[in-house]
Ligand binder design. Structure first.
Ligand code: ZN
Ligand code: ZN
Length: 831
């Protein structure tokens, strides 16, 4: 009898899967298949080592992929590498290794680790986003967008991470800090490249309704991120200057209560307003101070709200009132218009600011049926809708009617209009970093910005650049890269030295998997179409507003460029939980990291995968437990030994069922076997209950074990045992595929169980065993009813009373006594 030796089994089957091309998908297969399933996991960053979070993500994906494949679908399951990005550059700064070399070495190492885990990928379709064959299509699509005005260059105040030395998109600032390095983010002004995602804001919002296969939580996060609000733009003329300040407000009905305007310190009019007033110096000092503060300091809810009078007044266009203009640190330049009308009586933040700087509070909305509020007694704003007062001709209207009428009036007078505003801003994609896709334009003194002709793509990243972590864009310091000629006039020109945000790379990689070697186009839609929309996309909730909004946007742009014919790329999204240990996310700094390789060395890949699926529902956090992984290892060992013991007893593969296969213990085992099939089939479907099947397999093994111990089983029992092991080999495949292959082979089947059909539950075997129960009332036979075998007395009486004839004879009587012979006879004595 051999011992369970995962190292031997796993290496053997990994080699055979590779040699047999088990997970390879040919384009012709896809076209022919009646059912297709695209199982996709978010592509990893090649940091050098896989971690337990990866193991979990890919084990979930592989379990579903293997299940669907056995159920008869053609399955596309591929992995690639999100290979551009900052860590490669930081590693270069630290130890001088070129980013390309560092990245490719890491990819090698991680691919080896994933192959050791036995994840069933079609490695022939693997891609790395840092390969020129890939990023040239980022450049090509950028040029298409430039031509259509979707890509554009503008000077803006942007988030700046001094530690990463680069600008960040709004999506990459989390609670005022850099999403990557956690450094506080400040605001700086730059010439930047943008993608006009705001053109798609409404469509991105509406599309969320068409994504029932996405978690509600993600859909809500996307709605909030897009942040649609209906309101009005209104222009307030500035006294003494020939300019107006435009504000965006969702509450134009409160405009008579505006007691000051507040503008962002980055507002282009700010210095013009204060110029020549006694406030000029104070305003300059305030703006400089605030600009140096981090975004978190300025914009967090708890941050101090500070401001300074600009020295100017503006005129309320509806009331004609003269109100002061302030600069305030909490007004964001890129929200609305960078200026707000402040209505302290009806807005919390304006109220706090007004009290702090002793600005007037003037209520103009009262609750329905109540008296107007007393501004002196107010301790908080009244932010709700109500009825207008002290609002000129609009007094007496309800808030909603007033908003409609006032918006119409400002439009009529040419001083504003009703409008929709989004929190979503255009996506700034410029990064002053080396390790990314070069933006394919040149700057010519004569012609300005000139696109690189498509035929000259890719604009290759140089192999090397001086990477020091300071002094601005590294590409700007590579003269051979910068110096070029203008494609238009042939004169000298300078290449753009910004590279693209790496979130561009991950926008469309999974389309490329469908046609990974195409050198004439990003991909051909005919090849991708059979696989779209993605049947299951698995990744962390942290991508809800970054990657998952960008990729939806990119898909819509590709549709408008004629590259794809669909609106939404992903039909079903699954966000898996984290792997935690001692109550915290695994991290080097906390010293609670469990290394997957060490686990595979010790227990094997099957155990490691089994544990990461068994220990928690996939959407929840998984608490690492040494005892838990031990338990999974012991289970596989027990299965192995039970099988080795049973093997000599089993009839040959394909033997017909003997006459007694449906009797006694054989029948009980068969019922459990088929219940297990039914249960696991349900669990692996859209419900994704990946943690419960393992328990079901354990129960089945427990029930089979006594028969295994029996050295002389009946023919029926031996046959039922074979059936049980054949089912176990197949239903275990999604979870522990190597040991499943080994069992399958030992059961006398040709390889591969990975391609074997999924078992079907036999309805007859599932039937409960029944007995024919004779029911007597006072000694006379009144019915014969079918009941489950072994039914207890009270159950039998209940079943008897449910029989119409028996019930008729009991009608109006009470039961005095029953005599019960299980499975045979029930006599009811009644009077
Ligand atoms: Zn940073
Ligand atoms: Zn030129």
């Amino acid at each position: 009898m051999s011992d369970y030796d995962p190292q031997r089994i796993e290496a053997k089957w990994q080699a055979r899967w590779a040699a047999g091309g088990v997970f390879r998908v040919e384009d012709a297969d896809a076209a022919r298949a009646t059912e297709r399933f695209y199982a996709l996991e978010m592509l990893p960053y090649p940091s050098g080592r896989i971690h337990m979070g990866h193991v979990r993500n890919y084990s979930i994906g592989d379990a579903v992929a293997r299940f669907r494949r056995m159920r008869g679908a053609k399955v596309l399951h591929v992995l690639g590498w999100d290979a551009f990005g900052l860590p490669a550059e930081n590693a270069a700064i630290q130890n001088g290794e070129a980013p390309r070399r560092w990245t490719l070495r890491n990819i090698e190492a991680m691919r080896g680790q994933l192959q050791r885990l036995g994840i069933g990928y079609d490695w022939d379709r693997e891609i790395a986003t840092c390969a020129p064959e890939y990023y040239r299509w980022n450049q090509w699509m950028f040029l298409e967008m430039l031509e259509r005005g979707i890509a554009y260059r503008a000077r803006r105040h942007l988030n700046w991470c001094a530690s990463c030395g680069t600008v960040l998109a709004n999506e990459q600032v989390v609670a005022g800090r850099c999403w990557r390095c956690d450094n506080p983010v400040t605001r700086r002004e730059f010439d930047q490249w943008f993608l006009r995602i705001t053109d798609y804001a409404q469509e991105l919002l509406d599309g969320i309704d068409d994504l029932p296969g996405w978690p509600e939580r993600v859909r809500t996060m996307q709605r909030n991120w897009i942040g649609r609000s209906e309101g009005a733009r209104v222009r307030f003329p500035v006294e003494g200057l020939d300019v107006s300040i435009e504000v965006f407000t969702t509450r134009i009905d409160t405009i008579f209560g505006a007691t000051y305007l507040a503008i962002a310190i980055e507002h282009p009019l700010l210095m013009r307003l204060s110029a020549g007033t006694s406030q000029e110096e104070a305003v300059r000092r305030f703006a400089d101070e605030q600009a140096a503060r981090s975004v978190e300091d300025r914009f967090a809810d708890a941050a101090e709200k500070l401001g300074v009078f600009t020295g100017r007044h503006a005129v309320n266009p509806l009331s004609g009132e003269r109100i002061p203009v302030w600069a305030a640190n909490f007004v964001l330049m890129d929200v609305g218009t960078g200026a707000i009308m402040s209505v302290p009586a009806h807005d919390e933040r304006d109220f706090a600011f007004a009290r702090q700087y002793e600005l007037p509070v003037r209520p103009v909305i009262r609750p329905e049926g109540a008296e107007p509020l007393d501004p002196v007694a107010m301790t908080a704003a009244f932010p709700d809708d109500g009825v207008l007062h002290d609002s000129g001709e609009w007094s007496g209207l309800d808030s909603e009617t007033a908003r409609r009428q006032m918006s119409a009036r400002v439009k009529e007078r040419g001083i504003g209009e009703a409008t929709v505003s989004y929190r979503l801003k255009d996506w700034g994609i410029s990064r002053q970093r080396f390790w990314g896709t070069p933006i394919p334009v040149v700057h010519c003194e004569k012609d300005g910005i000139v696109p690189v002709p498509a035929g000259e793509l890719p604009v290759l990243l140089p192999d090397d650049a001086p990477l020091t972590g300071s002094g601005g864009s590294p590409l700007a310091q590579v003269p051979s890269f910068v110096a070029t000629t203008c494609p238009k006039c042939g004169g000298p020109a300078r290449r753009e030295t910004d590279t693209m945000d790496t979130f561009v790379d991950s926008c469309w990689y999974y389309f490329r998997y469908c046609d990974p070697r195409n050198d004439a186009a990003p991909f051909r839609w005919e090849k991708a179409a059979p696989w779209f929309p993605v049947a299951l996309y698995i990744g962390g909730i942290e991508h809800a507003t970054l990657h998952l909004i960008y990729t939806r946007f990119w898909t819509k742009v590709m549709r408008d460029l004629g590259l794809v014919a669909l609106d939404e790329p992903v039909a079903n999204l699954f966000t898996q939980g984290m792997v935690i240990k001692d109550g915290a996310k695994m991290s080097k700094s906390k010293g609670n990291v469990v290394d997957p390789d060490a686990m595979i060395d010790r227990y094997g890949a099957d155990t490691t995968r089994l544990f990461s699926l068994f220990a928690a529902p996939p959407e929840r956090d998984l608490e690492w437990s040494d005892a838990g992984i031990e338990g999974c290892y012991r289970f596989l060992g027990r299965l192995w030994r039970a099988f080795e013991k049973a093997r000599p007893l089993l009839p040959p593969a394909g033997a017909a069922a003997p006459a007694d296969a449906d009797e006694g213990d054989a029948r009980v085992l068969r019922r459990k076997t088929h219940q297990t099939v039914q249960r696991i089939t349900d669990d692996l479907g859209p419900r994704m209950h990946l943690n419960t099947p393992v328990a079901a397999i354990m129960e089945l093994l427990n029930l089979a074990t006594p028969l295994v111990q029996n050295e002389r089983p009946t023919a029926g029992e031996a046959w039922a045992l074979r059936e049980a092991f054949e089912v176990i080999a197949r239903v275990l495949t999604p979870f522990a595929p190597h040991v499943a292959e080994e069992l399958w082979e030992a059961l006398g089947h040709p390889p591969f169980v990975a391609l074997a059909p999924w078992p079907a539950a036999d309805a007859r075997a599932l039937e409960e065993e029944v007995a024919l129960l004779v029911v007597q009332v006072n000694g006379k036979v009144r019915g014969k009813i079918e009941v489950p075998r072994g039914l207890d007395e009270s159950g039998a009486l209940a079943a008897a009373c449910a029989d119409r004839n028996v019930a008729a004879h009991l009608d109006g009587k009470s039961v005095r006594k029953t005599v019960y012979v299980p499975d045979r006879l029930l006599n009811v004595v009644a009077s």
